[in-house]
Design a protein around this ligand. Structure first.
Ligand SMILES: Cc1cc2nc3c(=O)[nH]c(=O)nc-3n(C[C@H](O)[C@H](O)[C@H](O)COP(=O)(O)OP(=O)(O)OC[C@H]3O[C@@H](n4cnc5c(N)ncnc54)[C@H](O)[C@@H]3O)c2cc1C
Length: 479
């Protein structure tokens, strides 16, 4: 190896939310480990660096960020469409959190080395899996890094956002189509606004336009596929919300235990207020853990001109051509591209893969707790079989069937975790663990504590018993 090389215990590729949560817990749980973190971005935070100015978390900040320090000041929002619910950190607050963690904890520890603006181009040579080539994006200098313990791949999310992923449809000359990052920079009103994309980013664009005074009659929303949504009120921290949040978890398990098929499950979850949809007349075909408040949903429903003709193929000055037809378009229209699919199916299928660790999801919709859990397991468990058992991969959700697959893998991990007393003790106090947070809201003298815990156990057991039959119905339903 050349002299310009770095030896480290862990080479962490990527410094997004998952990497930050992983390294934070590794430093707490392993007193010796040294870490080299590299990322193409100039600061930690991954996709948050490329996000639009008005981006916020979709779930409460109480269980986001790294385990060792709070991200949220613990306030409820007093105004706006999240009023009455715990605050959603802004993108700027999320980036500040990760920057402070790097500057005030990781680097002063003397155990973390950080190379921003650095591309990890992969193994230096075939067969040298632990030696990777790093290329500085500003100087072009290359060097090698050797991981004496593990390579940690924190790039599996492949997060795509509109500013980094241009639309896959054609836009004719003269048509103005911008990523939603451009919205705050509009300097003249348009006659019409068309939002392209029905994911959470599309919802954010619609809400931003409404917030900024655009009449719904001037808005059109291209919605290739409707999605089932989670009600944020059911995911609230705070002792005052503990019963409701746990009831929501119990409700999910009870619905699984009673369901005859996935459509039946979705209907049961909706009837209990656990899932929402934008249009009660349209059956959603997507499920991606997107979370809204009821007030946001009411706002979104104000837009009446919704185009459900599949994906956009091209936009011309006077019409939009989609998979299943075309619609006329006004000339002075601003198109807001929200078509990048943020979540992707990871390439890796195992967390612990020889000398490599892949940061994949272990709990439903909880990427940062999952990364912290992986670090804990890496630090304390040496038996490969036990490591694998504690870290079954929870799929990244795409379709309603994934609600069931995610629940099954999460339940398997949770069940296995309870058998490991040390892990259980750590996870129950880890601030990133949503369920732990809800349970901590129920003190020992709470009048409903025992009955809720009993129902939690019973409903989970009933759901587990039902899963094989329910999953056997899914093959026919998958797209
Ligand atoms: C708008 C939005 C809101 C969200 N809200 C929530 C929420 O409220 N709660 C929640 O739990 N989750 C939320 N998420 C999901 C979550 O924040 C992250 O998307 C998820 O954890 C993925 O983060 P990551 O660190 O795995 O990946 P990324 O953020 O994609 O980071 C990966 C990093 O790896 C770097 N990289 C890739 N390849 C290389 C290479 N070869 N060399 C060097 N660097 C490389 C990239 O530059 C990037 O910085 C949200 C996501 C989005 C898009």
């Amino acid at each position: 190896m050349s002299t310009d090389s770095i030896k480290t215990d862990y080479l962490v590729i990527g410094a997004g939310a998952s990497a930050m949560a992983f390294v934070d817990t590794l430093l707490s749980e392993d007193a010796e480990a040294s870490v080299l973190m590299v990322d193409r971005h100039h600061r930690p935070g991954g996709h948050w660096n490329d996000a639009y100015a008005f981006v916020r978390l979709h779930q409460p900040a109480e269980f986001y960020g790294v385990a060792s320090r709070e991200l949220s000041p613990g306030h409820k929002d007093a105004v706006g469409a999240n009023a009455g619910l715990y605050g959603l950190a802004s993108g700027a607050a999320v980036l500040a959190h990760f920057d402070q963690v790097m500057q005030q904890r990781f680097l002063p520890s003397g155990r973390v080395r950080w190379l921003p603006m650095t591309d990890c181009t992969g193994p230096a040579e075939a067969g040298t899996g632990q030696v990777h080539t790093l290329r500085c994006l500003t100087t072009g200098q290359t060097r090698q890094a050797q991981a004496t313990r593990k390579i940690v791949d924190a790039t599996q999310a492949q997060t795509a956002v509109p500013s980094t992923h241009p639309p896959r449809y054609d836009v004719a000359p003269g048509v103005r189509c911008v990523p939603l990052n451009e919205l705050p920079h509009i300097r003249r009103p348009y006659s019409n606004y068309t939002v392209v994309g029905s994911g959470k980013t599309g919802m954010d664009a619609v809400l931003w336009l409404l917030d900024n005074g655009v009449e719904p009659s001037r808005m059109r929303w291209i919605m290739p596929r409707d999605a089932w949504l989670l009600d944020r009120a059911n995911l609230q921290p705070g002792a005052e919300n503990a019963e409701r949040s746990l009831e929501a978890v119990i409700g999910q398990a009870e619905c699984i235990a009673e369901a005859g098929s996935v459509p039946d499950l979705m209907a049961r979850l909706e009837a209990r207020g656990l899932l929402l949809r934008i249009d009660p007349q349209v059956t959603p075909t997507r499920y991606r853990c997107a979370t809204v408040s009821r007030a946001e949903l009411a706002e979104l429903r104000r837009v009446q001109d919704i185009v459900r003709l599949g994906h956009v193929r091209h936009i011309e000055p006077s019409r939009i051509v989609l998979d299943q037809g075309s619609v006329p378009a006004g000339r002075d229209t601003l198109y807001i591209d929200c078509s990048a699919a943020a979540l992707h199916i990871p390439k890796a299928t195992r967390v612990f893969d020889g000398d490599r660790i892949n940061l994949l999801m272990l709990r439903t919709c909880q990427p940062v707790f999952s990364a912290a859990q992986i670090a804990w397991v890496e630090s304390h468990v040496s038996d490969p079989a036990e490591k694998a058992a504690l870290c079954s991969v929870v799929p990244v959700p795409q379709v309603p069937e994934d609600f069931v697959s995610m629940w099954a893998a999460t339940a398997q991990n949770a069940g296995r975790s309870r058998q490991n007393a040390a892990f259980n003790a750590w996870s129950m106090q880890c601030r990133l663990n949503g369920i732990g947070l809800f349970l901590r809201g129920l003190p020992a003298d709470h009048p409903r504590r025992e009955s809720l815990l009993q129902r939690l156990g019973q409903s989970a057991a009933a759901a587990r018993a039902r899963l094989p039959a329910l999953m056997s119905t899914m093959a026919d339903l998958s797209p």
